[in-house]
Design a protein around this ligand. Structure first.
Ligand SMILES: [Zn+2]
Length: 450
């Protein structure tokens, strides 16, 4: 299949121009990625990390608004003018226990690269459109707290993604491929129990243990596990469970992630898990309450956009890792090797979830994965965070920026492609409505950073 034929942009001259525009911004982009890796700020605390990206954008002709909408560390950066409006999504939140030292935060998901790559792509695309005197607005949207809150979920609730013609996202990965499938729909829910404190030895009969309720609830959920669809996932941590064994705990809290193929499956899981909470509260004579942290949707896949990214990957190729890159990676984890290939479009949804799938309900969206670390690197782990600071990671960063920049420009120059992407979006949205069981305010009370 002559996929590259549909890509209008890729005259050799334009490709070379994208490469050189990305090269111009690469030292600053790598510096930003390294700075954000060092900062490793928790979700909604990414004050310095977002500022690093905002400075880079502002210094390269973007008008930056921050904070944006309802999140303190979100931003909107705009360059160019007129239609179409193409958005690139940036993330920059870190993860707990992924730093070099125990207890430190770190970029165990590589969001230091993710944010910088989107910014580099936006800068290169906007410069090219300006040089060519073409109409088109490039947005770089700073979307905080992907890992725990799902910043994009709350931005979407504020209509942040309406009026955008197309959205391109990327994620550092162990493989290089476009992704049409997205991830699982998910609920992040807190279950809180309130009981009655008492001396646990002298007058236990006067107490009503919130911890008992929490543990009973989880036992019930574990029994429920047998009777849910195979693809679903339910996992939890106990965030509060009392402070001393000799005091009957009057407060306990469980934090669940419920995942399924789509919202319908997750809504049903939520209903059944709530019954577990209800039963546990009844048994222990405690009161229960559910607090919704976030709700992710399944992806509305977009074939024309995904095929465009795949075509561009064929034009630019996977990152070419050197022996020096392998040597640096070997210091983090010996025996792991980079994937040198370009893989087919990912069509099976991931078991994990991402808030960018919510954005796909508002505009045609597709996503690129680019190899930045060797295969087998532990994700959400300090090993990933360390790999995300090596020269190999920066090779992937540059390739992602090139392909995203080319994709953004392509969407501004190729009206047929954009029209096809919009038609596909309309078709896939038939009968669907974005209506999540989500609180209006963000962050919700009880939001956890870890
Ligand atoms: Zn991630």
């Amino acid at each position: 299949m002559a996929k590259t034929q549909q890509v209008h942009l890729m005259s050799r001259a334009l490709k070379n121009r994208i490469v050189s525009l990305v090269r111009e911004i690469t030292p600053a982009g790598i510096e930003a990625a390294q700075a954000i890796a060092g900062l490793a700020e928790p979700p909604l605390c990414e004050v310095k990390s977002s500022a690093v990206l905002e400075r880079l954008l502002a210094g390269n002709g973007f008008a930056v608004s921050r904070p944006w909408k309802n999140l303190p560390t979100a931003f909107l950066a705009t360059a160019g003018r007129g239609k179409p409006v193409v958005a690139l999504l940036a993330e920059y939140d870190a993860l707990p226990d992924c730093g070099d030292q125990p207890g430190q935060w770190g970029h165990g998901c590589g969001h230091n690269l993710l944010g910088s790559g989107a910014v580099m792509a936006g800068i290169a695309a906007a410069k090219l459109l300006k040089e060519q005197r073409k109409s088109g607005t490039i947005l770089v949207i700073g979307t905080p707290a992907e890992e725990t809150l799902g910043g994009k979920v709350y931005l979407a609730a504020q209509d942040a993604f309406r009026g955008i013609d197309a959205v391109l996202a990327w994620h550092p990965n162990v493989e290089t491929k476009a992704d049409i499938a997205g991830g699982a729909a998910m609920d992040s829910l807190l279950f809180q129990f309130r009981g009655q404190t008492a001396h646990a030895a002298a007058v236990p009969h006067e107490g009503r243990s919130a911890l008992d309720a929490a543990m009973l609830m989880d036992v019930a959920v574990n029994y429920l596990r047998e009777h849910i669809p195979d693809n679903c996932r339910m996992h939890c941590v106990i965030t509060r469970g009392g402070k001393a064994p000799n005091v009957v705990p009057d407060f306990a809290e469980l934090w669940y992630y419920l995942r399924g193929r789509d919202r319908q499956q997750v809504d049903d899981l939520r209903r059944r898990v709530c019954n577990c909470a209800k039963g546990a509260a009844l048994a222990t004579e405690t009161a229960w309450k559910m607090v919704v942290n976030t709700c992710n949707t399944e992806r509305i896949g977009n074939r024309p956009l995904t095929e465009m990214l795949d075509s561009l990957l064929h034009v630019y190729g996977p990152p070419a890792f050197s022996t020096d890159d392998a040597r640096q990676a070997g210091k983090v984890a010996p025996k792991l090797a980079y994937s040198p290939t370009l893989d087919p479009i990912m069509t099976t949804p991931s078991r994990a979830s991402s808030d960018e799938d919510n954005v796909s309900w508002f505009a045609p969206l597709s996503k690129l994965n680019v190899a930045c670390v060797p295969k087998g690197t532990h994700l959400h782990h300090r090993q990933w965070a360390q790999m995300a600071r090596t020269s190999g990671a920066h090779k992937g960063l540059v390739r992602a920026a090139e392909v995203l920049a080319a994709g953004a420009v392509e969407l501004c120059l190729n009206a047929k492609l954009l029209g096809d992407a919009k038609a596909d979006y309309q078709q896939n949205m038939k009968g669907k409505k974005y209506d999540l069981p989500l609180p209006k305010k963000a962050p919700p009370a009880g939001f956890k950073t870890a």
